[in-house]
Structure formats: structure tokens, C-alpha cells
Design a binder for this molecule. Structure first.
Ligand code: FCB
Length: 460
């Protein structure tokens, strides 16, 4: 197949047989139609002045629910074999618990049937951060019953969709829910309480394990979990201990719970003055260690720390406030960087995959998100996002380098299909391979979409 992108064929030649290729989205970021569901913590957050940079709220987002067939055709046209989306919990259960919404079930029936009808495999996520507000009012993830609410929701999804879906992730990036939501307070529910953030981390992992059990007993054959993992790099020797602690809070703590090793001792030690961890129980640890069939990794950028006080400024996810117990370090991403301020460093994707495979042996890995925001230039001839094309090219190569190192990597999903509501950044940060104009709702594939299509379609 001829391509405008000379690199496409050599990249395609590296794609392993049976590899899953897809694009990813999430409910709150694209769906719109908030009037037909219950409220979520992100509605509450986004409607609070000053929380979202440009004041964007859930509507219209990409008005996706009004465009399901057209959007699925677009996805199919990319030559992918899978689509990763998330269910909105408050769309299925307006108050988080109780009887399901018939309209919500019907919406996702249309979506799932449309995915299958185009020969694509659905990769569903139960929780991509849009907790029903009614549950937040009952304590949210700090409520010791939260794992029960979550398991009931998981069972509902499994009972209704299990005849058509095998692969379901419980949570998307519990690190973000816990630490951006409860330590830095820059995500919903906007709390700045480090002790609570550590408890939320633990309760989310318990809920995930309990959710895995619920999914499996209701017939879901391939349940998993999605974490945002990365490589932490100490720029000078003075910060080696702090970098190790950041690695603990970002990566090890999640993988250790999954692997049955409990909360890492050094993390407990360094957070002693923040919490006594008395909420941890043997029963909870056993649930959090429930076997997963696969682990999804969302990777964007490494974390570089230094002792100099030359902090790079406000960068989402990169400040000491996000890491309870960490102080006296600066976050110093190198150039080149994306519009998020995140350093572009593909070798850190390879090292993240290799290290994760060592820390959690025997669990197949997927890259469930990878991509970049740039300030696109839109012209009448299209959107020539050469920087995003290069990002995808280099990171796909880095992923296959990990395969060459023996990592059992089964798939790759680009984040994201669309420009969408980038959480607290609103529309100001665009991650799409397809441009979406929020006013006209026009979808325009960028060069990066054409590049990925050429790679995906020319696989052997
Ligand atoms: C991840 C989220 C996803 C998107 C990307 C840029 O942390 O899972 O929804 O916001 O970052």
C-alpha cells in the first residue's frame, strides 16, 4: 500500500501478529447529552467557576451520543480492530445505585452493537472519573462501602453487556482520581487533603479488586485495570531518595498491591506524619490483590526530578503537591515538550513497559493510552500535525522495542480519537487525531489520523 508517510511501512512491519490496535475515549470527555443522565462529580466541578480553564462543561463536548454511527464509521476507517470507551456510571445508574436507567442501557446497547457491527472489539472501562454526584454526597471513595457500590455497578454492566463484551477495565488511572482529585485538588472533587488522597488510593484499589470479582462471577472473561505508569528519572544524586519515593507513590504502590506485596514500606514510612494507614485491612489487601487478566498502561511522559529550584512552572501532574510526603524537589521536564508541558521522551515508554513487566510478572500488558496535545494549525488544506505524527511514530517504535525485550505487550490505543474536554484544561488542550469544532461539531481527521491509518492498514 502506498502512503504519504514514508515511515509507515517499516513501523507496520514491527506490529506483532494478533496485536490489538485501537483508539481511546472516555464518557465525560466526549458524550454530551448530560440532561439524560445523573450528575457526576465532574459536572459539579466544571460548573464551579475557576475550576476548568475555559469554563467548558459537559455539553456539548463532542456531542458523541448524537453522532454514534458517524463516529464509529470514522473509527472503523482508521483500520483499527478495537475501540476503548468508558461507560458513564451516572448514565446507567443516575444516583450510582438502585435500578438502572432504561435509556442509559439503550444508549450503550446502540454503541456496543455498533462497535461489534463494524467488526471491532470493545474495550470497555467502568470508571473514567465520572463518579455519580449522589455517591460523592455519601462520602465518595472515602466511604468504606464504596467498593460495594462499585461491585454492584460492575455486576449490572456484566449482566447486561456480558453477552457481547469480554474485555472490561474496572478503573482508569486511580492515581489521578486519588492524587489530582484529593491531594492537589486540580481534578474533581477538588479536595486538598493528602491524608484523604492516600485513603482514596487504597479504597479505589480495593474497589477495583472487588469489581474484578463481580465482573468475573457475572461472566466477563477478560477483566483488567488501567494505570498511568511512567519512568521517574533523578537528574542529580541528591534527589535519588525523593525520586524513589515518587516512583513509589506513582508506580510501585499500585503494582505492589496488585502483586500481593501490600503498601510499600518506604511509602508508609515517608507518609507517617500524614496518615497512620489504619484504614488498611487484610481483607482489603486481599481484594486489591485480586488477579487481573491484563493491565493497561497509559503513558505520556517521564517524570524528571532535580534538586534545583528551577521548577518548570504549572504542569498537570508534575508538582510536589501531588505526591504526599515529597518536598524539596523540582520537576524539570526537558525539551521538546507538548502543549501540556510534558516532555516527549519515547525511550521512557520502553523502560516503563520493561519495569512494569518485572514488577508484575505474568500479566499481559496493553498501552491503553498514548498521545500528545499540540496547538494545531488549521488551514484550508487540513491539519498538518507533523509533531503528533512524530510522537506516534516514535512511541510505537518504543513500544515494539519493549516487545523485542520480551515484554508481553498485546495492544496499543491512541489517545485520543477526538479533540475533547481535557478535564480541567477544557478545550484548550487538543489530543485528537481528529479535530472537533465544538460549535459546528465538524470532525476533521488530522495528518496523524492518516498516518495511523496507513500504519494500521498496512500491517501484515
Ligand atoms: C489521561 C486520561 C485521559 C486524558 C489523557 C490526556 O490521564 O486518562 O482521559 O485526559 O490523560
Amino acid at each position: 500500500m502506498s502512503s504519504d508517510f514514508p515511515d509507515a511501512a517499516s513501523l507496520a512491519a514491527r506490529i506483532p501478529h494478533d496485536f490489538t490496535l485501537g483508539v481511546a475515549t472516555s464518557s465525560w470527555q466526549i458524550e454530551g447529552s448530560s440532561e439524560t443522565r445523573g450528575r457526576s462529580i465532574w459536572d459539579e466541578f466544571a460548573e464551579t467557576p475557576g475550576r476548568v480553564l475555559d469554563g467548558a462543561t459537559a455539553d456539548p463536548a463532542c456531542d458523541h451520543l448524537a453522532h454514534i454511527p458517524e463516529d464509529l464509521d470514522l473509527i472503523h476507517d482508521l483500520g483499527v480492530n478495537a475501540y476503548r470507551f468508558s461507560f458513564s456510571w451516572p448514565r446507567l445508574l443516575h444516583n450510582g445505585v438502585g435500578s438502572p436507567s432504561a435509556k442509559g442501557l439503550d444508549t450503550y446497547d446502540r454503541l456496543v452493537d455498533g462497535i461489534l457491527g463494524r467488526g471491532l472489539t470493545p474495550f470497555a472501562t467502568l470508571y473514567h472519573w465520572d463518579l455519580p454526584q449522589a455517591l460523592q454526597e455519601r462520602g465518595g471513595w472515602l466511604n468504606p462501602d464504596s467498593h460495594q457500590w462499585f461491585a454492584e455497578y460492575a455486576a449490572l454492566v456484566a449482566d447486561h453487556f456480558g453477552d457481547r463484551i469480554d474485555t472490561v477495565a474496572t478503573l482508569n488511572e486511580p492515581w489521578v482520581s486519588a492524587f489530582l482529585g484529593y491531594a492537589a485538588g486540580v481534578h474533581a472533587p477538588g479536595v486538598t487533603n493528602p491524608a484523604q488522597s492516600l485513603e482514596v488510593f487504597y479504597r479505589l484499589m480495593v474497589a477495583s479488586g472487588y469489581g474484578i470479582q463481580a465482573l468475573r462471577s457475572a461472566g466477563i472473561t477478560n477483566p483488567g485495570l488501567v494505570l498511568n505508569l511512567t519512568t521517574v528519572i533523578a537528574e542529580d544524586e541528591d534527589v535519588t531518595p525523593q525520586a524513589h519515593l515518587i516512583d513509589g507513590l506513582h508506580n510501585r504502590m499500585f503494582l505492589d498491591l496488585l502483586a500481593g506485596r501490600g503498601v510499600p514500606e518506604d511509602v508508609q514510612e515517608h507518609t507517617q506524619s500524614i496518615t497512620d494507614w489504619s484504614f488498611v485491612t487484610d481483607e482489603g489487601l486481599a481484594l486489591a490483590a485480586e488477579k487481573i487478566d491484563w493491565l493497561g498502561i497509559n503513558y505520556y511522559t517521564p517524570i524528571r526530578v532535580a534538586s534545583v529550584s528551577a521548577d518548570a512552572g504549572k504542569i498537570v501532574g508534575q508538582s510536589a503537591s501531588v505526591y504526599p510526603g515529597v518536598s524539596g524537589v523540582s520537576f524539570v521536564p526537558h525539551e521538546p515538550r507538548t502543549a501540556m508541558g510534558w516532555e516527549i521522551h519515547a525511550p521512557s515508554l520502553t523502560s516503563t513497559l520493561v519495569t512494569t513487566a518485572e514488577r508484575l510478572p505474568g500479566v499481559p500488558l496493553y498501552i491503553t493510552e498514548n498521545g500528545a496535545a499540540f496547538d494545531d494549525v488549521v488551514s484550508s488544506e487540513g491539519i498538518h500535525d507533523a509533531n503528533r505524527v512524530a510522537y506516534y511514530r516514535d512511541h510505537l517504535h518504543a513500544a515494539f522495542d519493549a516487545v523485542d525485550h520480551g515484554v508481553d505487550l498485546r495492544g496499543y490505543f491512541a489517545w485520543s480519537l477526538f479533540d475533547n474536554l481535557e478535564w480541567a484544561e477544557g478545550w484548550t488542550k487538543r489530543f485528537g487525531i481528529v479535530r472537533v469544532d465544538a460549535d459546528s461539531q465538524t470532525r476533521t481527521p488530522k495528518d496523524s489520523a492518516r498516518f495511523l491509518r496507513d500504519v494500521f492498514r498496512s500491517r501484515g
